[in-house]
Design a protein around this ligand. Structure first.
Ligand code: UD1
Length: 378
């Protein structure tokens, strides 16, 4: 597509926590490239709490966004619409050469949709992942963003097959590896030692003897019956492996609303506020097992070689199961227990780091973007 854009700038968008670790290496790679397009950062404000935002910007050395749309929370329609309304005048004023979006959150689709209708090329990092589950808001965001994108950067081979099936021309797609793993490898040496975090939270388990738990998907936390069933089996697990549970604000709210705080309090699960990136990285690295419904954590545990039990029915990141340490078990208590017991008995699946998860994905992305921009200008 021919953009009618004027500036030599790529406007990079972030909105929610999982975007921050993806944008960090991209901003760094644009700055390091020396020539070609420059990058400017915009934050939609989808995530705004200090724990959900500031800790990441500081720890990952992400430049302060030059624009913050401050949209905050709302229903999906409200949040998406509000981002679109506030993003449009920014594009009118700045006419960037392209808009770069990452991941699959509401900010991703909202900004892509505004840009494409203004004839500004859209670049999608982490394209082509599919869970096949359209009840997941992120799946809708993924499918639509990819349809609107001019350049699509993928992390694993399944993505190209998915995109081809959906009619995306292969020449738009570039397999570059995983920017989330760029960030993990870049920061691992500075990760907060697990022993320090555990002691700080009063957890008496040693490194290698605790589990790390995260839970925030609407399908797991919005229905009190599902949430209670999950918390009960996690409580049983916590009797043999103490669990540390950094709680996302939406999950905290649902647990309180459902009257489940006492169940949590009487278990071996230690609930703590959302953690910074360096604390999470250290805790993941030294965990006996990680239990999660997050997308990114499935990838990070695979890169670290730590067993991951995914509390979902499907994954959009199949390579973590095929080559990595991930097992997708769903939410059936018996299946979760069986998988956990297998990890206890065997130490879990052994895996390997997938192709191109090598810490240099962002450099490859910026090289492709600069070559594309030069070609379009010629
Ligand atoms: C969003 C993403 C999800 C991602 C997750 C990571 C979408 C559709 N979902 O879900 O893919 O895995 O981020 O965290 O974009 N809240 C706060 N403080 C904040 C942000 C949110 O208290 O800084 C609370 C609010 O009650 C809000 C709720 O969390 O209503 C949900 O926030 P929202 O941004 O709508 O979605 P997430 O569940 O965070």
């Amino acid at each position: 597509m021919q953009g009618s854009s004027g500036s030599g700038e790529v406007l990079c968008v972030v909105g929610a926590r999982p975007n921050f670790m993806k944008i960090a290496p991209i901003m760094r790679a644009f700055a390091a490239a020396g020539s070609g397009l420059s990058a400017r950062l915009l934050h939609t404000g989808q995530h705004y709490d200090a724990a959900m935002k500031h800790a990441f910007f500081e720890q990952l050395n992400i430049p302060e966004p030059s624009i913050d749309l401050e949209v905050g929370s709302g229903s999906h329609a409200q949040q998406t619409a509000e981002i679109m309304k506030r993003f449009e005048p920014v594009l009118d004023a700045s006419r960037p050469r392209a808009v770069l979006v990452v991941g699959d959150v509401n900010s991703t689709i909202a900004c892509a949709l505004v840009a494409v209708k203004k004839d500004i090329p859209v670049i999608h990092v982490e394209a082509g992942l599919r869970s096949g589950d359209r009840s997941m808001p992120e799946e809708i965001n993924r499918v639509l963003t990819d349809q609107l994108s001019d350049l699509l950067f993928t992390t694993e081979a399944s993505a190209l097959s998915n995109l081809t099936r959906e009619g995306i021309p292969a020449e738009r797609v570039h397999f570059v590896g995983n920017v989330m793993i760029d960030t993990l490898l870049f920061n691992l040496q500075s990760a907060t030692p697990a022993a320090e975090s555990l002691a700080g939270f009063g957890v008496s388990a040693a490194p290698g003897e605790y589990g790390l738990l995260t839970l925030h998907r609407p399908s797991n936390v919005d229905d009190p019956v599902v949430l209670e069933r999950l918390l009960r089996v996690l409580k049983t697990i916590s009797e043999t492996t103490p669990l540390l549970f950094p709680i996302h604000p939406r999950t905290r709210g649902r647990i309180d609303d459902a009257g489940l705080a006492p169940l949590l309090a009487e278990s071996g699960i230690t609930a703590v506020p959302p953690l910074g990136y360096l604390e999470m990285a250290g805790l993941m690295r030294d965990a006996r097992v990680v239990l999660t419904d997050s997308g990114g954590i499935q990838e990070e545990t695979t890169a670290l070689g730590v067993p991951c039990i995914t509390l979902r029915e499907n994954t959009e990141r199949p390579i973590t199961v095929e080559e990595g340490t991930n097992t997708v078990v769903g939410v059936d208590p018996e299946a979760i227990m069986a998988c956990y017991e297998d990890v206890l008995a065997t130490g879990g699946k052994s895996g390997r780091a997938p192709q191109l998860w090598d810490g240099a994905a962002a450099e490859r992305i910026v090289a492709v973007i600069n070559a594309w921009a030069a070609e379009e200008a010629a």
